[in-house]
Design a protein around this ligand. Structure first.
Ligand SMILES: Cc1cc2nc3c(=O)[nH]c(=O)nc-3n(C[C@H](O)[C@H](O)[C@H](O)COP(=O)(O)OP(=O)(O)OC[C@H]3O[C@@H](n4cnc5c(N)ncnc54)[C@H](O)[C@@H]3O)c2cc1C
Length: 477
């Protein structure tokens, strides 16, 4: 994979894409496949952003992998699940766009060599549809496919302002000692979210003050601010949530993400050794409940049967990997486990006994839990020693809110009017998830919408050729 530095920057390009995560790489390849001139600028020294730190799960329905596992799914069910998880706050047109383009994008990615592993159920899914993949490899494949078609990637190039002339975005100003400008026929903002910008988090999500944060180092909200600066609408900020399950001293995600033993049949207890919610709920909701407990730190409790359901291909289910890293406490008795956690052993034993009794009797759970995760997976009693515990905090991994866009991925201003020449895709957009996030739809939307943004921005740029002078005279940011 060949990349370029700042000194190689051209004076102009048809489409200038900001950000080298999945949305940006998909946009780059889609634009050049349609015969357009396109370049990608990445602020940091590496491609990847949050995409390569992620668990790599994409949500599709009706795939080869699901068929091989005998999973019956459909586009209608996918749509219903996304809308239900978003609690009526999703833009239904964006949800339709995702659903209608999902299988085509899945096949496009597979056609470029992307491979998916064993499909799992996770948050918000009534059937298993989390497709794991190696995201670093996925981005390499997209860039390698774009190269022979003229797509080039520039590293260490941070865009700092958009340039608008005569009502149209015509370029990007680059952060540098010199006033460097790259002119563009169209610009795609694919700069990811702002999970690594505590000031923006405090502004939009004060409830996350006790949460840890993780994400790509460059995920500072630059694209959001650049769009906002030109009058773009910003939507879904009230729904920023943290993800439950991160190991407290690993909140920077050195070992990937946290784990979700709760979604394989485990339970979660607080510092008082008591359960506090229905653990099958989306992990953002479990995160909210967990942040309301003492110190915001709780424990996932499970037994050998749950451990045996581990899958080392999927970070959130790699329980054995965490055991090897010393991140799980282990004991033959619940009392012994509690002692290691510094919580009350008698209460923990009573909590588990009560849970087991209800599960065995098929009695309604005190929090309404019926499934392992979402609407899938049968519950079973936690009675097979040894018992395990994973101390768990809540971490903001992604922000799921941002710029308003239409179904061409064109950025809309505060009055829902298109900003000419400006497109956006990936985590930087809002409107799609609404009040809740179904696992796999953030990577899913980066691929699906990134591809659409590249196509549409390419078509726009082809109709609006930009000047090629690398001067910023007359340009206004
Ligand atoms: C630990 C973790 C686990 C996750 N697991 C999942 C999962 O399993 N499934 C799922 O759907 N989602 C998951 N997510 C969320 C998901 O990974 C992201 O939402 C998604 O990958 C975002 O893709 P993107 O291309 O929009 O942004 P990113 O991949 O974050 O890429 C954005 C890029 O833009 C660059 N950039 C920023 N500002 C500028 C600028 N001014 N100029 C140029 N470049 C800039 C950044 O450096 C970055 O490289 C997870 C996130 C994390 C952190």
């Amino acid at each position: 994979m060949k990349t370029y530095g700042r000194k190689d920057l051209p004076e102009s390009a048809g489409v200038v894409i900001l950000g080298g995560g999945l949305a940006g790489c998909a946009a780059l390849l889609a634009a050049v496949e349609d015969g357009h001139d396109a370049i990608l600028l990445e602020a940091t020294r590496d491609i990847g952003g949050s995409t390569v730190l992620s668990s790599g799960l994409s949500a599709y329905a009706g795939t080869d992998e699901q068929a091989e596992q005998g999973i019956t799914d459909s586009l209608d069910l996918l749509r219903d699940d996304i809308l239900a998880t978003g609690k009526g706050h999703c833009d239904p047109e964006l949800v339709d766009l995702y659903v209608e383009n999902s299988i085509d994008t899945y096949r496009w990615l597979k056609g470029h060599g992307v491979r998916y592993g064993h499909v799992h159920a996770a948050s918000g899914q009534t059937v298993p549809r989390s497709h794991p993949t190696d995201t670093s490899r996925m981005l390499e494949l997209l860039i390698e496919a774009a190269e022979p078609l003229g797509g080039r990637v520039f590293l260490g190039v941070r865009a700092e302002r958009l340039i608008r002339e005569d009502g149209r975005v015509t370029g990007v100003r680059i952060e540098s000692a010199r006033d460097t400008v790259v002119r563009a026929g169209a610009v795609v903002i694919a700069t990811g979210g702002f999970s690594m910008n505590r000031d923006l988090l405090d502004r939009f999500a004060p409830g996350m003050a006790k949460a840890f944060t993780a994400g790509g180092a460059g995920n500072q909200g630059d694209g959001l601010l650049m769009g906002w600066d030109l009058g773009a609408g910003v939507i879904d900020t009230p729904w920023i949530r943290g993800t439950y399950g991160i190991y407290p001293s690993d909140h920077v995600g050195e070992h990937g993400t946290g784990i979700h033993a709760i979604y394989k049949g485990g339970i979660a207890v607080n510092a008082e050794a008591r359960r506090f919610c229905d653990e099958s709920l989306p992990y953002k909701v479990v995160g909210d409940h967990s942040l309301a407990q003492t110190d915001g730190i709780t424990h996932q409790i499970f037994d050998q049967r749950v451990l045996d359901a581990a899958d080392d291909e999927v970070a959130i289910f790699d329980f054995r990997g965490r055991l090897a890293l010393g991140m799980l406490e282990q004991s033959d008795t619940l009392e012994g486990l509690a002692e290691k956690l510094g919580i009350d052993g008698e209460t923990l034993a009573a909590t588990v006994a009560d849970y087991n009794r209800r599960v065995t009797a098929g009695e309604p759970d005190e929090f309404g839990r019926q499934y392992q995760a979402g609407g899938a997976g049968e519950l079973f009693p936690l009675d097979t020693p040894p018992f395990y515990a994973h101390p768990s905090g809540t971490v903001v991994l992604a922000t799921y809110c941002g710029l308003t866009v239409d179904t061409d991925m064109q950025v809309l201003d505060v009055f829902y009017e298109p900003i000419q020449g400006l497109y956006a895709a990936g985590e930087v957009i809002g409107g799609f998830h609404g009040a809740g996030y179904m696992t796999g739809t953030s990577i899913g939307k980066s691929g699906i919408f990134g591809r659409i943004a590249g196509q549409r921005a390419g078509a726009y740029a082809a109709g609006h050729t930009s000047g090629s002078d690398n001067a910023d005279e007359g340009a206004s940011a």
